[in-house]
Ligand binder design. Structure first.
Ligand code: 4AD
Ligand code: MG
Length: 466
Protein backbone atom coordinates (compact mmCIF):
# COMPACT_ATOMS: atom_id res chain seq x y z
CA UNK A 1 0.00 0.00 0.00
CA UNK A 2 1.34 3.46 -0.83
CA UNK A 3 1.81 5.80 2.13
CA UNK A 4 -1.40 7.64 2.97
CA UNK A 5 -0.81 11.39 2.91
CA UNK A 6 -4.41 12.38 3.53
CA UNK A 7 -7.94 11.28 2.74
CA UNK A 8 -9.08 12.15 -0.75
CA UNK A 9 -12.52 13.72 -0.93
CA UNK A 10 -13.50 11.22 -3.62
CA UNK A 11 -12.74 8.26 -1.33
CA UNK A 12 -14.53 9.82 1.63
CA UNK A 13 -17.70 10.48 -0.34
CA UNK A 14 -17.76 6.83 -1.39
CA UNK A 15 -17.44 5.49 2.18
CA UNK A 16 -20.00 3.02 3.45
CA UNK A 17 -19.53 3.79 7.14
CA UNK A 18 -18.76 6.70 9.44
CA UNK A 19 -15.06 7.17 10.06
CA UNK A 20 -12.98 8.92 12.71
CA UNK A 21 -9.49 10.40 12.39
CA UNK A 22 -9.96 11.73 8.87
CA UNK A 23 -7.57 14.31 7.34
CA UNK A 24 -8.71 16.36 4.37
CA UNK A 25 -6.57 18.88 2.46
CA UNK A 26 -7.87 21.16 -0.24
CA UNK A 27 -9.15 24.56 -1.29
CA UNK A 28 -12.14 26.36 0.15
CA UNK A 29 -14.97 26.75 -2.36
CA UNK A 30 -17.54 28.41 -0.11
CA UNK A 31 -17.95 29.39 3.50
CA UNK A 32 -21.13 30.16 5.37
CA UNK A 33 -21.55 31.00 9.06
CA UNK A 34 -24.67 30.09 11.01
CA UNK A 35 -26.11 31.97 13.90
CA UNK A 36 -25.83 28.83 16.01
CA UNK A 37 -22.06 29.15 16.19
CA UNK A 38 -21.00 26.93 13.29
CA UNK A 39 -19.20 27.50 9.98
CA UNK A 40 -19.97 25.40 6.91
CA UNK A 41 -16.97 25.17 4.64
CA UNK A 42 -16.95 23.32 1.34
CA UNK A 43 -13.56 21.88 0.47
CA UNK A 44 -12.58 20.65 -2.98
CA UNK A 45 -9.33 18.78 -3.64
CA UNK A 46 -9.84 18.03 -7.33
CA UNK A 47 -10.13 14.26 -6.77
CA UNK A 48 -13.75 14.54 -7.92
CA UNK A 49 -16.28 17.18 -8.87
CA UNK A 50 -18.05 17.33 -5.52
CA UNK A 51 -16.55 18.94 -2.47
CA UNK A 52 -16.93 17.79 1.10
CA UNK A 53 -18.92 19.83 3.58
CA UNK A 54 -16.93 20.64 6.71
CA UNK A 55 -18.79 21.70 9.84
CA UNK A 56 -16.61 23.77 12.19
CA UNK A 57 -17.77 24.59 15.69
CA UNK A 58 -16.73 28.12 16.63
CA UNK A 59 -15.69 26.78 20.02
CA UNK A 60 -12.87 24.73 18.44
CA UNK A 61 -9.46 25.74 19.75
CA UNK A 62 -8.00 26.23 16.26
CA UNK A 63 -11.04 28.09 14.93
CA UNK A 64 -10.16 31.58 16.21
CA UNK A 65 -6.79 31.72 14.45
CA UNK A 66 -8.01 29.97 11.26
CA UNK A 67 -11.28 31.82 10.82
CA UNK A 68 -9.93 35.11 9.38
CA UNK A 69 -8.28 33.06 6.60
CA UNK A 70 -11.11 30.74 5.69
CA UNK A 71 -12.13 32.34 2.41
CA UNK A 72 -12.94 31.07 -1.04
CA UNK A 73 -9.60 30.05 -2.56
CA UNK A 74 -7.70 29.48 0.70
CA UNK A 75 -5.86 26.20 1.12
CA UNK A 76 -6.54 24.31 4.33
CA UNK A 77 -6.03 21.05 6.19
CA UNK A 78 -8.86 19.75 8.32
CA UNK A 79 -8.86 16.89 10.78
CA UNK A 80 -12.14 15.44 11.93
CA UNK A 81 -14.73 12.71 11.78
CA UNK A 82 -16.76 11.65 8.79
CA UNK A 83 -20.40 11.48 9.87
CA UNK A 84 -23.77 11.07 8.20
CA UNK A 85 -24.96 14.54 7.23
CA UNK A 86 -28.34 15.75 8.45
CA UNK A 87 -28.38 18.25 5.56
CA UNK A 88 -30.25 17.54 2.34
CA UNK A 89 -28.38 16.64 -0.86
CA UNK A 90 -25.27 15.12 0.71
CA UNK A 91 -24.61 11.82 2.41
CA UNK A 92 -21.51 12.76 4.39
CA UNK A 93 -20.04 15.71 6.21
CA UNK A 94 -16.82 16.23 8.10
CA UNK A 95 -17.06 17.36 11.70
CA UNK A 96 -13.85 19.32 12.19
CA UNK A 97 -11.69 18.79 15.24
CA UNK A 98 -8.75 20.86 14.02
CA UNK A 99 -8.34 23.40 11.23
CA UNK A 100 -5.06 24.73 9.90
CA UNK A 101 -4.48 27.10 7.00
CA UNK A 102 -1.71 26.51 4.47
CA UNK A 103 -2.33 29.60 2.40
CA UNK A 104 -4.96 32.28 2.70
CA UNK A 105 -6.58 34.01 -0.33
CA UNK A 106 -7.57 37.66 -0.12
CA UNK A 107 -11.35 37.72 -0.39
CA UNK A 108 -11.21 41.14 -2.11
CA UNK A 109 -8.74 40.10 -4.78
CA UNK A 110 -9.14 36.36 -5.49
CA UNK A 111 -10.44 36.31 -9.09
CA UNK A 112 -12.68 33.26 -8.72
CA UNK A 113 -15.19 34.71 -6.26
CA UNK A 114 -18.18 34.73 -8.55
CA UNK A 115 -19.89 31.43 -9.31
CA UNK A 116 -19.98 31.88 -13.08
CA UNK A 117 -17.19 33.25 -15.24
CA UNK A 118 -17.01 33.30 -19.02
CA UNK A 119 -14.57 30.85 -20.60
CA UNK A 120 -12.90 33.82 -22.32
CA UNK A 121 -12.17 35.38 -18.94
CA UNK A 122 -10.94 32.08 -17.53
CA UNK A 123 -8.48 31.71 -20.44
CA UNK A 124 -6.77 34.85 -19.16
CA UNK A 125 -6.28 33.24 -15.77
CA UNK A 126 -5.08 29.87 -16.99
CA UNK A 127 -3.18 29.46 -13.71
CA UNK A 128 -6.41 29.54 -11.65
CA UNK A 129 -9.02 28.07 -13.99
CA UNK A 130 -8.21 24.48 -12.96
CA UNK A 131 -9.91 25.33 -9.65
CA UNK A 132 -13.29 25.73 -11.32
CA UNK A 133 -15.79 22.89 -11.62
CA UNK A 134 -15.66 22.87 -15.41
CA UNK A 135 -11.89 22.69 -15.75
CA UNK A 136 -11.56 20.11 -13.01
CA UNK A 137 -14.10 17.95 -14.84
CA UNK A 138 -12.46 18.50 -18.25
CA UNK A 139 -9.04 17.52 -16.94
CA UNK A 140 -10.30 14.40 -15.19
CA UNK A 141 -12.10 13.28 -18.36
CA UNK A 142 -9.02 14.14 -20.44
CA UNK A 143 -6.94 12.03 -18.09
CA UNK A 144 -9.33 9.10 -18.34
CA UNK A 145 -9.31 9.30 -22.14
CA UNK A 146 -5.51 9.25 -22.21
CA UNK A 147 -5.53 6.18 -19.97
CA UNK A 148 -8.13 4.44 -22.03
CA UNK A 149 -6.26 5.16 -25.29
CA UNK A 150 -3.30 3.26 -23.88
CA UNK A 151 -5.60 0.54 -22.61
CA UNK A 152 -7.22 0.08 -26.01
CA UNK A 153 -3.92 -0.39 -27.81
CA UNK A 154 -2.07 -2.25 -25.07
CA UNK A 155 -4.93 -4.79 -24.82
CA UNK A 156 -4.51 -5.40 -28.54
CA UNK A 157 -0.74 -5.88 -28.36
CA UNK A 158 0.26 -2.57 -29.97
CA UNK A 159 3.68 -1.16 -29.04
CA UNK A 160 3.74 2.44 -27.76
CA UNK A 161 6.31 4.25 -29.90
CA UNK A 162 7.96 7.58 -29.11
CA UNK A 163 8.58 9.47 -32.32
CA UNK A 164 10.78 12.56 -32.46
CA UNK A 165 9.51 16.08 -31.94
CA UNK A 166 12.32 17.70 -33.90
CA UNK A 167 12.38 16.52 -37.50
CA UNK A 168 13.36 17.47 -41.03
CA UNK A 169 10.27 16.07 -42.77
CA UNK A 170 6.95 17.80 -43.29
CA UNK A 171 4.80 14.68 -43.32
CA UNK A 172 1.57 16.34 -44.41
CA UNK A 173 3.34 18.54 -46.98
CA UNK A 174 1.21 21.51 -46.04
CA UNK A 175 4.11 23.80 -45.14
CA UNK A 176 2.87 24.26 -41.60
CA UNK A 177 6.05 23.42 -39.72
CA UNK A 178 7.40 25.61 -36.95
CA UNK A 179 11.10 26.10 -37.50
CA UNK A 180 13.67 25.03 -34.88
CA UNK A 181 16.95 26.91 -35.07
CA UNK A 182 19.84 28.21 -32.99
CA UNK A 183 20.97 30.60 -35.72
CA UNK A 184 21.14 34.27 -34.79
CA UNK A 185 18.08 35.53 -36.63
CA UNK A 186 19.42 39.07 -36.79
CA UNK A 187 22.45 37.94 -38.85
CA UNK A 188 22.02 34.40 -40.19
CA UNK A 189 24.88 32.90 -42.27
CA UNK A 190 24.10 33.38 -45.95
CA UNK A 191 25.38 31.49 -48.97
CA UNK A 192 24.31 32.40 -52.53
CA UNK A 193 21.60 34.67 -51.13
CA UNK A 194 20.09 31.82 -49.09
CA UNK A 195 20.34 31.01 -45.38
CA UNK A 196 23.07 28.40 -44.89
CA UNK A 197 21.58 25.82 -42.56
CA UNK A 198 24.88 23.96 -42.60
CA UNK A 199 25.78 26.29 -39.73
CA UNK A 200 22.59 25.56 -37.81
CA UNK A 201 22.54 23.22 -34.81
CA UNK A 202 21.57 20.12 -36.77
CA UNK A 203 23.40 21.12 -39.94
CA UNK A 204 20.14 21.33 -41.85
CA UNK A 205 16.76 22.98 -41.66
CA UNK A 206 14.58 21.44 -38.93
CA UNK A 207 11.15 21.97 -37.43
CA UNK A 208 8.63 20.66 -34.93
CA UNK A 209 6.80 17.55 -36.09
CA UNK A 210 3.36 17.83 -37.72
CA UNK A 211 2.84 14.06 -37.38
CA UNK A 212 4.74 11.00 -36.15
CA UNK A 213 3.39 8.90 -39.00
CA UNK A 214 6.48 8.51 -41.20
CA UNK A 215 8.55 7.31 -38.25
CA UNK A 216 5.58 5.21 -37.13
CA UNK A 217 5.60 3.42 -40.50
CA UNK A 218 9.25 2.46 -39.97
CA UNK A 219 8.40 0.65 -36.75
CA UNK A 220 5.14 -0.85 -38.01
CA UNK A 221 7.19 -2.53 -40.74
CA UNK A 222 9.15 -4.30 -38.01
CA UNK A 223 6.89 -4.62 -34.96
CA UNK A 224 3.62 -4.89 -36.94
CA UNK A 225 1.31 -2.84 -34.71
CA UNK A 226 2.45 0.40 -33.09
CA UNK A 227 0.91 3.63 -31.88
CA UNK A 228 2.25 7.06 -31.02
CA UNK A 229 0.64 9.50 -28.62
CA UNK A 230 2.41 12.80 -28.30
CA UNK A 231 2.55 16.52 -28.95
CA UNK A 232 2.15 17.70 -32.53
CA UNK A 233 2.64 21.19 -33.93
CA UNK A 234 1.07 23.09 -36.78
CA UNK A 235 1.78 26.67 -37.72
CA UNK A 236 -1.53 27.05 -39.51
CA UNK A 237 -3.07 30.42 -38.90
CA UNK A 238 -6.52 29.04 -38.17
CA UNK A 239 -8.25 30.97 -35.45
CA UNK A 240 -11.11 28.54 -35.05
CA UNK A 241 -12.68 26.70 -32.13
CA UNK A 242 -11.16 23.45 -33.41
CA UNK A 243 -7.53 24.34 -34.15
CA UNK A 244 -4.50 24.52 -31.88
CA UNK A 245 -0.90 25.23 -32.85
CA UNK A 246 0.19 22.58 -30.33
CA UNK A 247 -2.07 19.57 -29.89
CA UNK A 248 -1.75 15.91 -29.01
CA UNK A 249 -2.25 13.24 -31.62
CA UNK A 250 -2.72 9.47 -31.36
CA UNK A 251 -1.38 7.65 -34.42
CA UNK A 252 -1.69 3.87 -34.74
CA UNK A 253 0.12 2.26 -37.67
CA UNK A 254 -0.52 -1.34 -38.63
CA UNK A 255 1.31 -3.69 -40.99
CA UNK A 256 -0.98 -5.88 -43.13
CA UNK A 257 -4.02 -3.57 -42.68
CA UNK A 258 -5.87 -2.35 -45.75
CA UNK A 259 -8.13 0.68 -45.75
CA UNK A 260 -11.23 -1.30 -44.66
CA UNK A 261 -9.33 -2.72 -41.67
CA UNK A 262 -8.15 0.79 -40.84
CA UNK A 263 -11.72 2.11 -40.85
CA UNK A 264 -12.87 -0.83 -38.70
CA UNK A 265 -10.18 -0.11 -36.13
CA UNK A 266 -10.97 3.63 -36.10
CA UNK A 267 -14.65 2.97 -35.49
CA UNK A 268 -13.95 0.41 -32.76
CA UNK A 269 -11.48 2.83 -31.14
CA UNK A 270 -13.87 5.79 -30.98
CA UNK A 271 -16.67 3.64 -29.59
CA UNK A 272 -14.36 2.08 -27.00
CA UNK A 273 -13.29 5.52 -25.75
CA UNK A 274 -16.83 6.86 -25.51
CA UNK A 275 -18.07 3.75 -23.70
CA UNK A 276 -15.18 3.93 -21.27
CA UNK A 277 -15.91 7.55 -20.37
CA UNK A 278 -19.63 6.86 -19.96
CA UNK A 279 -18.80 4.05 -17.54
CA UNK A 280 -15.95 5.61 -15.60
CA UNK A 281 -16.56 9.37 -15.51
CA UNK A 282 -20.21 9.41 -14.52
CA UNK A 283 -20.15 12.34 -12.12
CA UNK A 284 -18.20 14.60 -14.48
CA UNK A 285 -20.26 13.52 -17.49
CA UNK A 286 -23.49 14.32 -15.69
CA UNK A 287 -22.07 17.74 -14.93
CA UNK A 288 -21.35 18.33 -18.64
CA UNK A 289 -24.80 17.13 -19.55
CA UNK A 290 -26.36 19.57 -17.11
CA UNK A 291 -24.15 22.60 -17.54
CA UNK A 292 -22.40 22.48 -20.90
CA UNK A 293 -24.44 20.51 -23.41
CA UNK A 294 -27.83 19.05 -22.53
CA UNK A 295 -27.62 16.26 -25.09
CA UNK A 296 -24.05 15.09 -24.67
CA UNK A 297 -24.85 11.83 -22.86
CA UNK A 298 -27.48 10.93 -25.42
CA UNK A 299 -25.10 11.81 -28.26
CA UNK A 300 -22.31 9.61 -26.90
CA UNK A 301 -24.67 6.69 -26.31
CA UNK A 302 -25.97 7.05 -29.84
CA UNK A 303 -22.49 6.93 -31.32
CA UNK A 304 -21.66 3.83 -29.31
CA UNK A 305 -24.85 2.03 -30.35
CA UNK A 306 -24.87 2.65 -34.11
CA UNK A 307 -22.69 1.80 -37.06
CA UNK A 308 -20.81 4.67 -38.64
CA UNK A 309 -21.92 5.54 -42.17
CA UNK A 310 -19.20 4.92 -44.76
CA UNK A 311 -19.35 6.68 -48.12
CA UNK A 312 -17.04 7.41 -51.02
CA UNK A 313 -15.86 10.96 -51.46
CA UNK A 314 -17.57 11.04 -54.88
CA UNK A 315 -20.90 10.13 -53.30
CA UNK A 316 -20.40 12.77 -50.61
CA UNK A 317 -19.85 15.37 -53.35
CA UNK A 318 -22.98 14.17 -55.10
CA UNK A 319 -25.04 14.55 -51.90
CA UNK A 320 -23.67 18.03 -51.32
CA UNK A 321 -24.26 19.12 -54.91
CA UNK A 322 -27.89 18.10 -54.91
CA UNK A 323 -28.63 19.53 -51.45
CA UNK A 324 -30.63 22.71 -51.13
CA UNK A 325 -28.42 23.90 -48.24
CA UNK A 326 -26.66 27.24 -48.80
CA UNK A 327 -22.90 26.68 -48.36
CA UNK A 328 -20.30 29.43 -48.15
CA UNK A 329 -17.84 27.33 -50.16
CA UNK A 330 -19.12 25.82 -53.37
CA UNK A 331 -18.68 22.13 -54.03
CA UNK A 332 -17.32 20.24 -57.00
CA UNK A 333 -15.44 16.99 -57.45
CA UNK A 334 -11.82 17.61 -56.50
CA UNK A 335 -12.45 20.23 -53.83
CA UNK A 336 -11.43 19.94 -50.21
CA UNK A 337 -14.44 19.42 -47.99
CA UNK A 338 -14.94 22.37 -45.67
CA UNK A 339 -16.19 21.94 -42.15
CA UNK A 340 -19.66 23.21 -43.19
CA UNK A 341 -19.85 20.34 -45.70
CA UNK A 342 -18.62 17.76 -43.22
CA UNK A 343 -21.09 18.92 -40.61
CA UNK A 344 -23.97 18.95 -43.06
CA UNK A 345 -23.29 15.30 -43.94
CA UNK A 346 -22.94 14.06 -40.37
CA UNK A 347 -25.60 16.28 -38.77
CA UNK A 348 -28.29 16.66 -41.41
CA UNK A 349 -27.94 13.78 -43.86
CA UNK A 350 -26.86 10.83 -41.73
CA UNK A 351 -27.29 12.20 -38.20
CA UNK A 352 -24.38 10.09 -36.99
CA UNK A 353 -20.63 9.66 -37.51
CA UNK A 354 -19.60 9.36 -41.15
CA UNK A 355 -16.43 7.97 -42.67
CA UNK A 356 -15.63 9.47 -46.05
CA UNK A 357 -13.06 7.57 -48.09
CA UNK A 358 -11.35 7.42 -51.49
CA UNK A 359 -10.45 11.08 -51.83
CA UNK A 360 -9.03 12.71 -54.99
CA UNK A 361 -5.32 12.07 -55.26
CA UNK A 362 -4.57 15.75 -55.87
CA UNK A 363 -5.78 17.05 -52.53
CA UNK A 364 -4.05 14.44 -50.36
CA UNK A 365 -0.41 13.89 -49.28
CA UNK A 366 2.15 11.85 -51.23
CA UNK A 367 2.13 8.79 -48.96
CA UNK A 368 -1.46 7.66 -49.56
CA UNK A 369 -2.04 4.56 -51.69
CA UNK A 370 -3.25 5.24 -55.21
CA UNK A 371 -6.45 3.44 -56.21
CA UNK A 372 -6.73 1.54 -59.47
CA UNK A 373 -8.68 4.45 -60.99
CA UNK A 374 -5.45 6.53 -60.68
CA UNK A 375 -7.62 9.46 -59.59
CA UNK A 376 -8.31 8.68 -55.96
CA UNK A 377 -6.29 7.54 -52.98
CA UNK A 378 -7.12 5.15 -50.15
CA UNK A 379 -7.71 7.94 -47.63
CA UNK A 380 -10.43 8.17 -45.01
CA UNK A 381 -11.70 10.85 -42.62
CA UNK A 382 -13.99 10.17 -39.66
CA UNK A 383 -16.47 13.02 -39.14
CA UNK A 384 -18.52 13.57 -36.02
CA UNK A 385 -21.73 15.61 -35.77
CA UNK A 386 -21.15 19.11 -34.30
CA UNK A 387 -17.40 18.73 -34.62
CA UNK A 388 -16.36 17.64 -38.09
CA UNK A 389 -13.11 15.76 -38.66
CA UNK A 390 -11.74 13.88 -35.67
CA UNK A 391 -9.64 11.28 -37.51
CA UNK A 392 -7.67 11.35 -40.73
CA UNK A 393 -6.01 8.21 -42.02
CA UNK A 394 -5.11 6.11 -45.02
CA UNK A 395 -3.60 2.99 -46.47
CA UNK A 396 0.00 3.86 -47.38
CA UNK A 397 1.53 3.55 -50.82
CA UNK A 398 3.66 0.40 -50.65
CA UNK A 399 4.72 0.29 -54.32
CA UNK A 400 8.16 1.85 -54.81
CA UNK A 401 7.59 3.09 -58.36
CA UNK A 402 4.18 4.61 -57.70
CA UNK A 403 5.49 6.32 -54.55
CA UNK A 404 8.47 7.70 -56.49
CA UNK A 405 6.17 9.10 -59.13
CA UNK A 406 3.80 10.69 -56.62
CA UNK A 407 6.68 12.32 -54.76
CA UNK A 408 7.97 13.93 -57.92
CA UNK A 409 4.46 15.13 -58.82
CA UNK A 410 4.22 16.76 -55.39
CA UNK A 411 7.70 18.29 -55.83
CA UNK A 412 9.27 16.31 -53.01
CA UNK A 413 12.89 15.26 -53.30
CA UNK A 414 13.05 11.43 -53.23
CA UNK A 415 16.69 11.72 -52.10
CA UNK A 416 15.59 13.34 -48.88
CA UNK A 417 13.17 10.52 -48.24
CA UNK A 418 15.57 7.70 -49.19
CA UNK A 419 14.86 5.93 -45.89
CA UNK A 420 11.10 6.06 -46.49
CA UNK A 421 11.61 4.63 -49.97
CA UNK A 422 13.90 1.94 -48.55
CA UNK A 423 10.92 0.58 -46.64
CA UNK A 424 9.37 -0.16 -50.05
CA UNK A 425 12.64 -1.64 -51.33
CA UNK A 426 13.19 -4.10 -48.50
CA UNK A 427 10.25 -6.18 -47.35
CA UNK A 428 7.46 -3.81 -48.29
CA UNK A 429 3.99 -4.71 -47.02
CA UNK A 430 0.51 -3.28 -47.17
CA UNK A 431 0.02 -1.07 -44.15
CA UNK A 432 -2.34 1.59 -42.87
CA UNK A 433 -2.86 3.98 -40.02
CA UNK A 434 -4.68 7.04 -38.83
CA UNK A 435 -4.34 10.07 -36.60
CA UNK A 436 -6.88 11.11 -33.98
CA UNK A 437 -6.73 14.66 -32.60
CA UNK A 438 -6.78 14.19 -28.84
CA UNK A 439 -8.19 17.63 -28.00
CA UNK A 440 -10.96 17.23 -30.58
CA UNK A 441 -11.81 13.97 -28.83
CA UNK A 442 -11.93 15.66 -25.40
CA UNK A 443 -13.97 18.47 -26.93
CA UNK A 444 -16.53 16.13 -28.40
CA UNK A 445 -16.84 14.00 -25.28
CA UNK A 446 -17.27 16.93 -22.88
CA UNK A 447 -19.41 19.04 -25.22
CA UNK A 448 -17.06 22.01 -24.71
CA UNK A 449 -17.45 24.60 -27.47
CA UNK A 450 -13.87 25.72 -27.76
CA UNK A 451 -10.77 23.55 -28.12
CA UNK A 452 -8.81 26.08 -26.04
CA UNK A 453 -10.79 24.97 -23.02
CA UNK A 454 -9.86 21.29 -23.15
CA UNK A 455 -6.05 21.61 -23.00
CA UNK A 456 -4.29 23.00 -19.90
CA UNK A 457 -2.29 25.66 -21.77
CA UNK A 458 -3.58 26.36 -25.29
CA UNK A 459 -1.17 27.53 -27.98
CA UNK A 460 -2.91 29.54 -30.69
CA UNK A 461 -1.91 32.40 -33.01
CA UNK A 462 -0.58 35.27 -30.86
CA UNK A 463 -0.93 33.27 -27.67
CA UNK A 464 1.77 31.22 -25.93
CA UNK A 465 2.14 32.97 -22.63
CA UNK A 466 0.92 30.38 -20.15
O1 4AD B 1 -5.73 14.66 -40.80
P1 4AD B 1 -4.37 14.89 -40.22
O2 4AD B 1 -3.60 16.05 -40.72
O3 4AD B 1 -3.59 13.52 -40.44
C1 4AD B 1 -2.29 13.27 -40.21
O4 4AD B 1 -1.50 14.03 -39.66
C2 4AD B 1 -1.86 11.88 -40.57
N1 4AD B 1 -0.40 11.86 -40.69
C3 4AD B 1 -2.37 10.92 -39.54
C4 4AD B 1 -2.00 9.49 -39.82
O5 4AD B 1 -2.49 8.92 -40.78
N2 4AD B 1 -1.16 8.91 -39.01
O6 4AD B 1 -4.49 15.01 -38.63
C5 4AD B 1 -5.10 14.00 -37.87
C6 4AD B 1 -6.05 14.58 -36.86
C7 4AD B 1 -7.20 15.38 -37.46
O7 4AD B 1 -8.24 14.55 -37.89
C8 4AD B 1 -7.60 16.25 -36.29
O8 4AD B 1 -8.43 15.53 -35.39
C9 4AD B 1 -6.28 16.51 -35.61
O9 4AD B 1 -5.38 15.51 -36.02
N3 4AD B 1 -5.75 17.84 -35.95
C10 4AD B 1 -5.79 18.91 -35.14
N4 4AD B 1 -6.28 19.07 -33.91
C11 4AD B 1 -6.18 20.29 -33.34
N5 4AD B 1 -5.58 21.35 -33.93
C12 4AD B 1 -5.07 21.24 -35.18
N6 4AD B 1 -4.46 22.29 -35.76
C13 4AD B 1 -5.17 19.98 -35.84
N7 4AD B 1 -4.77 19.51 -37.05
C14 4AD B 1 -5.12 18.21 -37.09
MG1 MG C 1 -7.04 15.60 -42.06
Amino acid sequence: MPKKMRDKVKDLLQQEEEQSGVLVKGWVRTRRDSKGGFSFIEINDGSCLAGIQVVADHKLESYASASPHLHTGSCVAIKGNLVVSPAKGQKWELQASEISVYGSADAEKYPLQKKQHSFEFLREIAHLRPRTNTFGAVMRVRNRLAYSIHKFFQDRGFVYLHTPIITTSDCEGAGEMFQVTTLDLSKPPVNDGKIDYGHDFFGERTGLTVSGQLEGEIYALALSDIYTFGPTFRAENSNTSRHLAEFWMVEPEMAFYELEDDMDLAEEFVKFLFRDVLENCQEDMEFFNKRINKTILETLRNVVDHEFERIHYSDAIHLLEKSSEKFIYSVEWGCNLQSEHERYLSEKVFKKPVIIYNYPEEIKPFYMKLNEDHETVRAMDVLLPNLGEIIGGSQREDDLDVLHKRMREKELDPEEYWWYLDLRRYGSAPHSGFGLGFERLVQFVTGMENIRDVIPFPRTPKHAKF
